[in-house]
Design a protein around this ligand. Structure first.
Ligand code: ADP
Ligand code: MG
Length: 338
């Protein structure tokens, strides 16, 4: 994943800016379990980078399941026992995650933690769980069993063994927070890439739009199928290539169908969301991937200002009509524009 992000970042940067000859600087760190990069095109003040990255760490310290003192770890440890008071912003992200859980009919579900642990995808212990283990985990996956107290800012998981995982939404939130800091610092042209949660601000120096590559889901990381042209938007992809293992010619990836307990399988290779708020795009890209094209299409139709780009196993592409896309890999084809 690390390598991929560095490569895609490099691809984006080099394609966008090679001809511009402009002042730019960038900073990359490993955080939120992935590679996070920020590129500023008009000022390279260290203080902005410092502020952005300490903010990202702050969010990681609150929301990571891998940090035992995080709000999320504390909530998980008290599952079935007692409510836990969390930081206001953790509460806000959980509320938003619950909103998307309901909106997607449970395709996006922040209580997916037990499945994430069971499969261990991307970790050394990754494996296909026994059928019985999946059956045992399923009753623990249900966003309706998350109880919030808005006054106290407390979170209670009703059943012992339940656990939250904000992996499908926290990077988006962090990207939105990074944007705020960058804008406050007076920077108008920038690119933020937190493990594939991309935000592009402003335009190229010559006034043209940024080009953002769509990863070819079955090629080496950094290999794109084409480019989106846009400005002042966030671009977030959920795909089968991000974290997976293969066994018996089957690919097992990290996007779970909460109703079945297995990686979602519905003919899709990736779904990219393009909108204004990265947290929304993050949750929606996961939700749409799990829902699949037919259901996902209906959700998108209800969200004005939100565009979606679907890549299918048969190498077809379907996208909404507000997208400016140039196909470069002709082994894929555009089947339909919604
Ligand atoms: P990535 O993290 O690769 O950018 P996503 O934003 O789609 O991709 O998030 C995937 C992560 O979200 C998984 O690694 C897991 O932690 C969690 N997750 C997996 N399936 C679901 C789901 N159905 N709903 C919510 N979160 C999920
Ligand atoms: Mg997501």
């Amino acid at each position: 994943m690390k390598t991929f992000n560095i490569i895609i970042f490099t691809v984006i940067i080099s394609l966008c800016f090679i001809s511009c000859g402009q002042k730019q600087s960038s900073h990359t760190e490993f955080a939120l379990g992935t590679v996070c990069s920020v590129t500023l095109f008009e000022q390279s003040e260290k203080s902005i980078y410092n502020e952005v990255f300490s903010r990202i760490r702050e969010i990681e310290n609150l929301m990571s399941v891998n940090i035992p003192s995080s709000d999320i770890s504390r909530v998980n440890a008290a599952a079935g026992t007692e409510p836990v008071i969390v930081h206001e912003e953790t509460f806000k992200v959980i509320e938003r995650a619950l909103y998307y859980a309901e909106f997607s009919g449970g395709a996006f579900d922040l209580t997916v933690g037990p499945l994430v642990s069971l499969w261990g995808i991307g970790k050394e212990e990754q494996r296909i769980p026994l059928r019985q283990e999946i059956l045992d985990a399923l009753p623990l996956i249900n966003w309706r069993n998350v109880e919030l107290d808005r006054q106290k800012k407390s979170v209670f998981l009703k059943i012992k063994g339940m656990s939250l995982d904000l992996g499908a939404i926290a990077k988006g939130y962090a990207a939105d927070e990074a944007v705020k800091i960058i804008k406050r610092g007076g920077v108008k042209r920038a690119i933020i890439d937190l493990g594939g949660n991309i935000v592009v601000l402003g335009e190229k120096k010559d006034g043209s739009l940024w080009n953002v590559g769509i990863q070819n889901p079955d090629k080496n990381r950094g290999d794109v199928i084409g480019f989106l042209q846009l400005t002042e938007k966030t671009i977030v992809t959920s795909g089968v290539y991000e974290r997976f293992f293969e066994e018996n010619n089957q690919r097992y990836h990290h996007l779970f169908d909460p109703s079945r307990g297995y990686p979602a399988k519905n003919g899709l290779l990736s779904v990219t969301l393009i909108t204004d708020i990265s947290m929304d795009a993050d949750a929606l890209s996961t939700a749409l991937f799990v829902l699949g094209y037919e259901e996902g299409k209906k959700l998108i139709a209800s969200l004005p200002g939100t565009e979606a780009f679907f890549v299918f196993e048969d190498r077809s592409i379907i996208m909404t009509d507000g997208i400016n896309f140039t196909l470069t890999d002709k082994t894929f084809y555009i089947k339909n524009i919604l």
